[in-house]
Design a protein around this ligand. Sequence first.
Ligand SMILES: Nc1nc2c(c(=O)[nH]1)N[C@H]1C(S)=C(S)[C@@H](COP(=O)(O)OP(=O)(O)OC[C@H]3O[C@@H](n4cnc5c(=O)[nH]c(N)nc54)[C@H](O)[C@@H]3O)O[C@H]1N2
Ligand SMILES: Nc1nc2c(c(=O)[nH]1)N[C@H]1C(S)=C(S)[C@@H](COP(=O)(O)OP(=O)(O)OC[C@H]3O[C@@H](n4cnc5c(=O)[nH]c(N)nc54)[C@H](O)[C@@H]3O)O[C@H]1N2
Ligand SMILES: [Mo]
Length: 564
Amino acid sequence: MGVHEIEDAALLFVFGYNGADSHPIVARRIVRAKQKGAKIICCDPRRIETARIADMHLQLKGGTNLLLVNAIANVILEEGLCDYDFIQKNTHGFDEFVETVKKYTPESVEEQVQVSAEDIRKAARMYATSGRSMILYGMGVCQFGQAVDVVKGLANLAIMTGSFGRPSVGIGPVRGQNNVQGACDMGALPNVYPGYQSVTDDKVREKFEKAWGVKLSPTPGITLTTVPHHVLHEEDPKKIHAYYIMGEDPAQSDPDLAEVRESLEKCDFVVLQDIYMNKTGQYADVILPATGWCEHDAVYSCCDRGFQKVRKLIEPSGDVKTDWDIIQSISAAMGYPMNYKNTIQIWNEVIELCPGFYGATDEKIEKNVCVQWPCRSKEEHDTGTVFLHRDGKFAHPDGKAKFAATDWRPPQELENEEYPLSFSTVREVGHYSVRTMSGNCRTLRNLEDEPGWIQMNPEDCQELDLKHGELVKVLSKRGYCITRCLPTDRVKKGATYMTYQWWIGACNELTIGNLDPISKTPEYKYCACRVEKIKDQVWAEKHIREEYEQIRSNMGIKVKGAVA
Ligand SMILES: Nc1nc2c(c(=O)[nH]1)N[C@H]1C(S)=C(S)[C@@H](COP(=O)(O)OP(=O)(O)OC[C@H]3O[C@@H](n4cnc5c(=O)[nH]c(N)nc54)[C@H](O)[C@@H]3O)O[C@H]1N2
Ligand SMILES: Nc1nc2c(c(=O)[nH]1)N[C@H]1C(S)=C(S)[C@@H](COP(=O)(O)OP(=O)(O)OC[C@H]3O[C@@H](n4cnc5c(=O)[nH]c(N)nc54)[C@H](O)[C@@H]3O)O[C@H]1N2
Ligand SMILES: [Mo]
């Protein structure tokens, strides 16, 4: 599918995705779909903007995704709303799937999910009968210890209703960053080379060995989020001694920052390649300054598998190099010279080695603006693939879709006596991830600056005697931070939310390193916290100002900050 198809869906099932803050351009498409008559079901524990324009808001209790998804499947089955013809021709695993989801009646989950059985039934009927239902999901699905199972659960809904292979249906992961899809496409994953070719496949490995004139390891590497483990455990056979970090700020964006700091301190050698100083830079032995997006040519992939070109607009100034040139220089210094002259040479090598990208030539991307992979032929007529599963054909060897139902698991750390509130972390519209980029922009900084906010239900604020804007201490078992209180009825009683840009209000001091067993994504969306009133507000205001200046001076930033 393409992102533009959102506008023409008959029903959008927006699940754990807050486009209005995260992707305003995509959110415009959701608004246009509504204007064109689409029904919207928003499934989010907060009353986000999409909930305000939705026909139904399923305001579930955080951490209960799979209970709800399985219950929706249960209703579709029970009420005979499946596309049996599609199921018979194009799928397998239906019987096991039925076996698992039949336990999840709406009545059996309504209390835990905090959505009435009646609403679950209504949503299931709307989804299954619209004719063109599209699922959009985001981090409210992925950032849990049980994440991949929920993605499969949502895919089950699309499979059982035959919602694949034509316009404005299917399941859309509205991928986070502009090029997160591209990073995966180019093999920035521990188990595959570019083009999703497995490192354990002998034939594939031999192909890359021959092309590059090297010997390659047949063992998959490790994921970013397990780095602390491999640094800190002495006996680890995969112990890490050196850490080369490129375009990432683990000291701000990874969970359980105390552990991340310990691992960065203990790691023998840390290299940071970035366009700004960031928090991780303070632990780096070497810093390699790179160019930003408008200072170099590149190819990005959009979340709909479309390759797009990014062109250099301005000459870089100062002692910087492009990312690819830095890699090339280091490689040469390590005894393996690379001799690329420009990004087109690199791109030509990529497509030569990746059958799924083979036809996506530079000329074709230039001419068509965007080419969606797979694009297997260099012939002009092959302009890529809009529908990945056209005519009911799926990627499994037998060409069929596979049902995969799993039982629900609760998040690892639930509310308890000492930490009575649930703690979740999300995005806000004006700042970006680790705020190196948006925090260095004066206009954005003037709109919103340190130490950020904690969103709380007004009743909880009242119980704790907290007022709007007051500085509070937020604590979990792992750490604490100071931020401002934001009473809002967008969040339910007992739940709290912070955004993860802030250096002082650093919510990752609190988050938990519980990883999904398959994706290794951390449970950023759930742990337990306590909020404490700070009696001496004058001290607290002074404290955060001093801390802010300290962090900025550690990063070599000279402009004065503006604590909001
Ligand atoms: N302005 C801005 N834009 C950004 C970013 C940024 O930092 N700033 N970051 C970019 C990146 S890296 C990414 S990955 C994307 C992410 O964009 P989104 O996927 O929208 O991410 P979040 O806002 O983290 O979470 C989405 C929603 O999940 C909900 N949620 C929490 N718990 C649950 C739950 O148990 N179930 C359900 N169904 N929902 C739940 C939250 O309330 C939230 O509204 O945004 C990108 N865009
Ligand atoms: N609590 C909590 N934590 C989270 C999340 C959450 O929802 N809650 N979301 C997680 C998610 S989905 C993501 S994607 C991560 C994002 O976290 P990170 O990837 O750590 O953060 P970014 O701000 O995207 O950028 C990382 C660094 O890349 C640099 N950079 C930008 N452009 C370039 C370039 O062209 N070249 C180089 N070399 N560097 C560049 C920036 O200056 C920045 O220092 O955070 C994760 N952390
Ligand atoms: Mo992301």
